[in-house]
Design a protein around this ligand. Structure first.
Ligand code: PRX
Length: 658
């Protein structure tokens, strides 16, 4: 690793001073750790694992790479994730520290201490046990943002059951697909969720999913009463969370599991096929979420941490359910949306709860910039944000102007802005600045964390020099990496350790480039057919299959178009079975198809634009020419070489949209 000349960063450093006295204090400390991790890799991870986790039976072997890429870490050690996240704090003097400050959609605030949280987790764990749920069983969680969401996930971890959380914005069909793939025996849900002043159904969606077949093993549906809205009740299967909790004692012996026991399965979109169940381990995953809380977020005992992600995504797993609790932090959990009752909600909450570390998505920042331009009363400067000391972003690239606005208007030029790059598969941060060490540059996630050996390679796996764009890879295994794809080890091996790259490099699926002088990384976007819409990962294939399953549709192709606010907008090109619709019909059919995709996958997958043509532009060998469709979607003139395209005229039809 090249030495970093901090003088080069003068302009930004002057705007954003680094913090003093952080966990990794200064560039020399960072470089020393990187070196340590390189020269004594196993010793580096061993020390961290002994220091940060509480083991029931200590491990004797750090890494088993005999069956690469199916790596095992700390394999003969035993522990329990919920013990590490909860019980530990009853012994370290933090029993009565507030674990969660929950703010509901309507502004109502509830708090829970570590002692109370442990009691609730134990009660639910006992109740699940009583219903025959235990080690290795899979439990679906389909809940709103709530204390109950954390209780449900931790209760599963306590008894060694694997949770699979599905974001509340997914449809019955998507929930069903995941439920069948994972082989669930139980579901934990709520009657309804409240978002932006509206009640939205959850339990009825679970009911619908359970009528779709292949879910006979689901014998229990636990229902959290959130709104009291009316729901249907199946007396043999359904039970109220508050009733089963009330019937149980508030202690529960944890199930001591092996370090490699799967902690959870979380589905994410890939470029092909159905969503894949990313499987994470217990020890390796928990280790890295704890360590990154300390290194990246520099968390201290008096911090108030707020990650605005949903527990249905990996960010909510790592930096709401597990990371903050493992290190005994106080965190804010928010039920609602950033624009309700107005776009000042985030700033108002930061002021009210004295949030010191704030972690959100670039899309949220961009939409709040827009809102504050048209309504000065929701501008962050109108709020007392002096409690903030650190700001972070995740999920998608942040454009320098949004980064600068965030730094200036929210952080008042005092708070480092950390652009953290990572993925569902990586479990925790991979490339991110350290607030006391890394001079910041807008638009760059800067440098890999110590222990993470990231590089950029060409299509044959050869490492490229700085300044040359290529494929982002990780050269060595790390403890929090996914272990496999649930039920599909070959998909794991081929997708993440492709033979074309030599079979020993983890392929992130993103393009990246390093600065010639500093070695800083900039992520240039996915190299596959995965879109990033408002920081949510969507497979184009999934949306295409959903559209193609509509009786009106003969063929569909989906691409992303850069969008100022949401990062990428979904644009669908559709060929109907009947003739190309007239302009008047087109709007109606587009609305129908949008609603259809909402039902098939979820509202987050609805195309922003739908365009109709007589046929799909294809090469003579029958491949859809996505490259051209992307240009058309962007509104670019399609003056490229058309000699390979069968039916170029259709591109002009596709240039019009509704
Ligand atoms: O393309 C990258 C983008 O989000 C993808 C991972 O999505 P997901 O698994 O849903 O996890 C998101 C939250 C960790 C990556 O492959 N991505 C994530 N963070 C960044 C990013 N792109 C640019 N900069 C980031 N900081």
């Amino acid at each position: 690793m090249s030495t970093i000349d901090t003088n080069m960063f003068e302009p930004e450093s002057a705007i954003l001073p680094l913090l003093k006295g952080t966990a990794i204090d200064g560039m020399a400390a960072y470089e020393a750790l990187v070196k340590k991790a390189q020269t004594d890799r196993l010793g580096f991870w061993e020390r961290l694992a002994r220091e940060h986790l509480t083991w029931r039976r200590p491990f004797t072997k750090v890494l088993d790479d005999s069956n690469a890429p199916f790596f095992k870490w700390f394999d003969d050690g035993t522990l329990n994730a919920s013990y590490n996240c909860l019980d530990r704090h009853l012994q370290d003097g933090n029993a009565d520290k507030v674990a969660i400050v929950f703010e509901a959609d309507d502004g109502n605030v509830t708090t829970i201490t570590y002692r109370q949280l442990l009691a609730r987790v134990c009660r639910l764990a006992n109740a699940l046990h009583e219903r025959g749920i235990g080690l290795g069983d899979r439990v679906m969680i389909y809940l709103p943002m709530s204390i109950e969401g954390v209780v449900a996930m931790q209760a599963c971890a306590r008894i060694g059951a694997l949770h699979s959380v599905v974001f509340g914005g997914f449809s019955a069909k998507s929930l069903h697909e995941r439920m069948v793939d994972v082989g669930a025996v139980a579901v934990i849900t709520a009657d309804e969720q409240m978002r932006g002043g509206r009640n939205l159904p959850l339990k009825s969606i679970v009911d619908e999913a359970l009528t779709m077949g292949g879910t006979d093993d689901v014998h229990t549906v636990v229902v959290y009463r959130r709104t009291g809205g009316s729901i249907l009740w199946n007396a043999t299967r359904d039970c109220w969370l508050h009733e089963i909790e009330a019937a149980q004692p508030d202690t529960c012996e944890p199930e001591w599991v092996s370090a490699e026991h799967p902690l959870f399965i979380l589905y994410t979109s890939g470029s092909t096929g159905t969503p894949k169940g990313v499987q994470h381990s217990t020890a390796g995953y928990l280790l890295w979420t704890s360590v990154t809380m300390k290194w990246t977020f520099d968390i201290r005992s008096d911090d108030v941490f707020w990650c605005t992600a949903d527990i249905g995504w990996i960010t909510g797993h790592s930096y709401i359910c597990y990371g903050p609790t493992a290190i005994g932090a106080t965190q804010v959990i928010f039920e609602g949306v950033p624009t309700y009752p107005n776009a000042g909600r985030f700033w108002e909450m930061i002021a009210q709860h004295k949030v010191s570390i704030f972690y959100t998505a670039p899309t949220a920042i961009r939409s709040l910039i827009k809102a504050s331009e048209s309504d000065k009363t929701v501008h962050p400067r109108r709020f007392d944000l002096r409690s903030l000391r650190l700001l972070g972003t995740v999920g998608e690239p942040i454009n320098p102007s949004a980064w600068e606005w965030y730094a200036r208007e929210v952080g008042d030029g005092r708070c480092p802005v950390l652009d953290t790059f990572w993925q569902t598969e990586t479990g925790g941060h991979m490339i991110a600045p350290l607030p006391g060490a890394t001079p910041l540059v807008p638009g760059s996630c800067t440098l890999p964390l110590p222990g993470i050996e990231a590089a950029i390679v060409d299509e044959t796996g050869v490492e490229l020099p700085n300044g040359q764009g290529g494929l982002l890879v990780v050269k060595k295994p790390w403890p929090s990496m996914l272990r496999t794809i649930w039920g599909n080890p070959e998909r794991f091996r081929h997708g993440y350790y492709p033979p074309e790259l030599g079979g020993n490099l983890y392929l992130a699926g993103d393009g990246a480039i390093r600065d010639p002088e500093t070695g800083y990384f900039t992520i240039t976007g996915r190299i596959d057919d995965v879109l990033n819409v408002s920081g949510h990962r969507m497979g184009t294939m999934e949306i295409e299959s959903a559209l193609a399953s509509n009786p009106l549709v003969a063929e569909a192709a989906v691409v992303g178009r850069p969008d100022e606010t949401i990062g990428e907008a979904i644009v669908a090109f559709v060929v109907l079975k009947g003739p190309r619709p007239t302009d008047a019909e087109a709007k109606k059919i587009a609305d129908q198809l949008r609603a259809w995709v909402g039902k098939e996958i979820g509202p987050i997958a609805k195309p922003k634009e739908i365009r109709f043509g007589d046929s799909m532009p294809k090469t003579r060998s029958g491949k859809v020419v996505r490259r051209l469709l992307r240009s058309v979607a962007k509104g670019e003139a399609v003056a490229q070489d058309m000699s390979t395209v069968e039916n170029p005229a259709v591109l002009h039809q596709f240039s019009e949209h509704v």
